[in-house]
Write a protein that binds this ligand. Structure first.
Ligand SMILES: *[C@@H]1O[C@H](CO)[C@@H](O)[C@H](O)[C@H]1NC(C)=O
Ligand SMILES: *[C@@H]1O[C@H](CO)[C@@H](O)[C@H](O)[C@H]1NC(C)=O
Ligand SMILES: *[C@@H]1O[C@H](CO)[C@@H](O)[C@H](O)[C@H]1NC(C)=O
Length: 354
């Protein structure tokens, strides 16, 4: 039953809200010259019928090793999730763990932001904190940027709007001696490559490892993660009912309280938005105890007022959702494709320390 074509496999699963495929690659798979290793803090983007993966950290004997792997899964081909067929491409010009990315520049480029972004096979940081990948030509470049260019950040989620602006709230410092958690809204215009900052008025506390989801009305919805107060770094779980919103049209922050099912706090989870205006979150751990959040899957309905949490029923004899952090989730038609991530949470002690 693991062999399926995603486009005609809808009858295989009976989860009401969404169908879930788990691409959990536990062992190293070797196809041709390329060894695919389990990873976390990688990036995944759906481009046409291909799900592209970039970078991510692998753990080798307890040591974080950033990769520059680039590969895709062709979703029009048979899908065997015990042995995922992938197409390896040339490595990126940098190796990266804890990098973040977003599609910008009129959907033509993927922008990658450091993160532990290093020159391959070295421990030397890249000069540029931004690399761009041209989707059509599959070539890399470092844009020349102006404005309020931020320092290296990690553990934040960029969101791009229709106009090519990429919004990056908060995150932690990286590869510096001073550990800092930010509450700044850094905005990159991916057409002009000018950096600006958004309003600080009513902004959330410094925060990492949340999810950010752009709604069609222009609001970015921030869910969960860990927050610190402004002066002393001390992580608290963000209350899952506290929904912070940044309006990309007016440039203002507001917040609202969701109701409904009780959803335990989490950090390192993922979120996808479906066409019905429901945000499906998955995975993560309770940051103060490092215990996996339960339920692992939950849905925030943004079409109701107030927003409402619910817990979808999952037939565990069909899929048994593993506890994951720092995985990726991409919505492909009715499927959420979850890939890689950490099953073990030992890495989290390394959360903000290089
Ligand atoms: C964006 O891309 C589309 C399709 O490639 C093109 O038709 C359009 O002119 C582009 N817009 C801008 C502002 O470059
Ligand atoms: C979200 O709310 C709409 C009504 O606004 C409802 O039709 C839909 O079933 C709700 N979704 C969930 C997951 O409860
Ligand atoms: C759960 O899945 C199994 C295997 O497909 C199926 O036999 C069973 O009827 C399902 N249970 C429910 C409640 O849908």
């Amino acid at each position: 039953m693991s062999q399926l074509y995603y486009k005609n496999a809808f009858s295989l699963f009976t989860i009401k809200l969404i169908l879930i495929l788990w691409i959990i690659i536990n062992i190293n798979i070797v196809q041709s010259q390329f060894t695919l290793k389990r990873r976390f803090t990688h990036n995944a983007h759906l481009i046409d019928d291909k799900l592209w993966f970039f970078g991510g950290g692998t753990m080798i004997n307890g040591i974080l090793s950033p990769t520059g792997d680039v590969f895709y899964i062709d979703l029009t081909k048979p899908f065997d999730y015990a042995n995922v067929q992938y197409v390896a491409k040339a490595a990126s010009p940098f190796s990266c763990a804890w990098c973040q990315s977003a599609i910008g520049n009129n959907q033509s480029k993927i922008l990658f932001f450091a993160g532990v972004m290093i020159i391959p096979d070295s421990s030397t940081l890249t000069d540029s904190i931004v690399y761009s990948f041209d989707i059509k030509t599959q070539t890399w470049s470092t844009p020349s940027m102006t404005g309020m260019i931020p320092s290296r950040r990690r553990e934040l989620q960029p969101v791009s709007d229709q106009n090519g602006k990429i919004y990056m709230f908060g995150g932690g410092s990286d590869m510096t001696q001073t550990i800092q958690i930010f509450a700044t809204m850094n905005i990159l215009d991916s057409v002009s490559y000018i950096w600006t900052t958004g309003s600080q008025l009513n902004s959330p506390l410094p925060r990492i490892d949340y999810t950010a989801t752009l709604l069609p009305n222009g609001n970015i919805i921030y869910i969960g993660g860990s927050q610190s107060n402004l002066n002393v770094i001390h992580f608290d779980n963000v209350n899952m009912n506290e929904i912070d919103m940044y309006n990309t049209i007016t440039g203002t922050w507001t917040s609202t309280m969701a109701t409904g099912a009780t959803i335990t706090a989490r950090t390192g989870h993922t979120a996808v938005l479906n066409k019905k205006g429901e945000i499906i979150i998955y995975g993560g751990v309770y940051s103060t105890s490092l215990v996996s959040s339960d339920p692992s899957i939950a849905v925030l309905n943004t079409t109701t007022n107030p927003y409402q949490w619910s817990i979808p029923s999952v037939n565990t004899s069909e899929v048994n959702p593993p506890n994951l952090i720092f995985h990726t989730a991409n919505l492909v038609e009715n499927y959420m494709i979850v890939a890689f991530g950490n099953l073990n949470i030992y890495i989290i002690s390394n959360l903000i320390i290089d």
